[in-house]
Write a protein that binds this ligand. Structure first.
Ligand SMILES: Cc1ncc(C[n+]2csc(CCOP(=O)(O)OP(=O)(O)O)c2C)c(N)n1
Length: 590
């Protein structure tokens, strides 16, 4: 599958190009937890048999596995979305002190415009904060090349290197020249406590190493061809990086540009020299004024973007307004309501939570879509794992007369929900915690996790049994119910809400995108319909109200789950029971 040909081009996304570049660089170990827009990096790496690839349980674990491999002598990579790096911040910050041994590349994919994220943080500050070098490719071809360079830089300076992508770079595709795999250096682990054992006595001197390294990295950034001066018309000079470079070139092809590919630490001399050669200096960057702040600190006179451009993604058509210093005037894209798939068991659960008028401490996953009306039954969403811990806070504040529940998905539970459950047990919290177990990490495209019993390569492995784990954590009651059986789920929930106990209910039903079984759509009997629209309250995209006020079922979308049937008090919707039929639709969700 992965032939080793010179001068060959492949159509690759930025994520695929990173994977290819890492493989060509002799990558041996790769670990990640999924997160859009970075997920495809590990998915691609898992297709290379000579890379030891894994889905880790969370980003901190992934970081530490990759770090261990790197100091152990194997070139290693970890990849995550921007908020994933927050989870890995603890090892990341101190690994800057210890340094690595074989190359360690940390790929982080930011999501300007929040296509699929809970915030819009700009990870370039992590380079500054952690004193780590940042490489920022503008397109997939650079993503491949920069990944290879990142390994070299990492080893040359004995430091983890941040390779920062954004959604457009990660997900756009380009013809990319691919090369051959090199063996990568062989670097045995050497016992060296002063380097690898970060107790205060050792960490102090290592801090000095970090500062000295940063000065050397600065010199390297000055010389680096990744920081490229393109002198053209000197009336206007742009300083830019990442995908913004492409937008500048598209909108101002005649202008001069300083393209920062090695974007931290800054190449001050190159920047000053460029500024001296152009009449007007304009910084174009997505999100925060990261480059701008530094250039102002250098005392350079520049055209700063209006603060309105710090929010949301840049688009090429915004560049002229940035040059003029004007406020953003953006026509919003047409809104499309995100909705749970037809047949999704999360819908059944949230219907019950809504009907019981509970306050729900929610979490992140497909089930966050339960926040949208008419389900409107996810009332918090902060970060992964917080469903259980916010529930605990709610209980301590006696929110809503303690008619509250905490909700997390199965992958989220393993990622960072377990500690919240243990905390609740330890601190004698009562209440009901729900694990919505659809047997996959659905939100990011159905990746395996420990409770699916399969590895990233679909190999069988020890399966984590969630109910056993919850019992071992000390929950008073652990019930497993069929999430699609709304009656049984409701009865169990009502019972557990009354108990003076800490209960976990595992609402289990496989993600419909995995099983794709269909029953016939229910029979709609017009004459029975009282137009109460109770059936629409489940927010199923297969059901719509049509012009004459009647209900229409889209047979192409309906999975025959019959959740709507349960809502109809007038027998206008009747189930047609058939043997389930495997669906042939090849589409995917999330
Ligand atoms: C720290 C962090 N890492 C990764 C993500 C991306 N992400 C969002 S939800 C989720 C997991 C969803 O799986 P699960 O909890 O099983 O719920 P499902 O989508 O299957 O309903 C992931 C990986 C994120 N938002 N934050």
């Amino acid at each position: 599958m992965h032939t080793e040909l010179h001068n060959e081009k492949r159509l690759l996304s930025g994520d695929e190009a990173v994977a290819r570049g890492a493989w060509e660089a002799g990558l041996k170990v790769a670990a990640a937890y999924p997160g859009t827009p970075s997920t495809e990096i590990l998915e691609t790496l898992a297709t290379f048999p000579d890379v030891d690839a894994q889905w880790s349980v969370n980003e901190k674990v992934a970081y530490e596995v990759a770090y261990g491999a790197a100091i152990g002598g194997a070139r290693a990579l970890t990849a995550c979305k921007h908020v994933g790096l927050n989870v890995a911040m603890d090892p990341l910050m101190t690994s800057a002190y210890t340094g690595i041994n074989a190359g360690l590349v940390v790929v982080v994919a930011d999501d300007p415009g929040l296509h699929s994220s809970q915030n819009e943080q700009d990870t370039r500050w992590v380079g500054l904060y952690g004193k780590l070098p940042i490489l920022e490719p503008s397109d997939p071809a650079e993503a491949l090349e920069f990944t290879k360079l990142a390994f070299e830089l990492s080893e040359q300076f004995d430091t983890p290197v941040l390779l920062r992508l954004t959604t457009r770079v990660a997900h756009s595709k380009q013809d990319v020249s691919v090369g051959v795999r090199v063996a990568g250096p062989h670097k045995a682990f050497r016992v060296e406590a002063t380097k690898y054992v970060m107790v205060p006595r050792n960490a102090g001197p290592r801090h000095a190493v970090v500062e000295a390294r940063l000065l050397k990295l600065r010199e390297c950034a000055e010389q680096s061809p990744l920081n490229r001066v393109e002198l053209r018309d000197r009336r206007l000079g742009f300083v830019t990086s990442g995908v913004s470079y492409l937008y500048v070139r598209e909108m101002f092809p005649e202008a001069s540009v300083l393209k920062l590919g090695f974007s931290y630490p800054f190449c001050d001399e190159k920047i000053r020299a460029f500024a001296a050669q152009v009449q007007e200096l304009v910084v174009v960057e997505e999100l925060d004024p990261f480059i701008e702040t530094h250039l102002l600190a250098l005392g350079l006179k520049l055209r700063a973007k209006h603060p309105s451009f710090q929010i949301g993604e840049l688009r090429p058509e915004f560049i002229p307004a940035i040059v003029r210093g004007e406020e953003k005037q953006a026509k919003p894209f047409p809104a499309r309501k995100p909705v749970l798939c037809p047949g999704c068991a999360h819908r059944a659960v949230f219907t019950v939570l809504r009907d019981l008028k509970l306050v729900v401490a929610g979490d992140i996953g497909c089930y966050t879509l339960g926040a949208a009306p008419p389900l409107a039954s996810v009332h918090t969403c902060l970060c992964m794992g917080s469903g259980f811990t916010i529930h605990e806070g709610f209980r301590r504040a006696h929110v809503h007369g303690d008619r509250v529940v905490g909700v997390v998905g199965d992958s989220t539970f393993v990622h960072s929900g377990i500690t919240g459950l243990i905390n609740a047990v330890y601190n004698r919290v009562k209440g009901v915690l729900l694990i919505l177990d659809n047997g996959t990490t659905a939100m990011t495209g159905a990746q395996h996790h420990p409770a699916t019993g399969k590895t990233i390569r679909e190999e069988p492995t020890q399966k984590l049994v969630l109910e056993d784990l919850c019992r071992a954590c000390g929950a008073d009651h652990v019930d497993v119910v069929d999430a699609m059986d709304t009656g049984a789920f409701r009865r169990t929930l009502e019972q557990r809400l009354q108990d003076d106990a800490l209960s976990v209910i595992i609402a289990r039903s496989p993600c419909w995108q995995l099983v794709r079984t269909r029953n016939a759509p229910p029979d709609f009997r017009r004459e029975q319909c009282q137009q109460c629209y109770e059936c629409l309250e489940i927010d199923c995209p297969a059901l719509t109200k049509v012009e004459d006020g009647m209900i229409q079922i889209d047979p192409a979308r309906c999975t025959g789950c019959n959740l709507c049937v349960d809502r109809c008090a007038y027998e206008a919707l009747l189930p047609i029971r058939e043997e389930p039929d495997a669906d042939s639709c090849p589409g995917t969700c999330g």
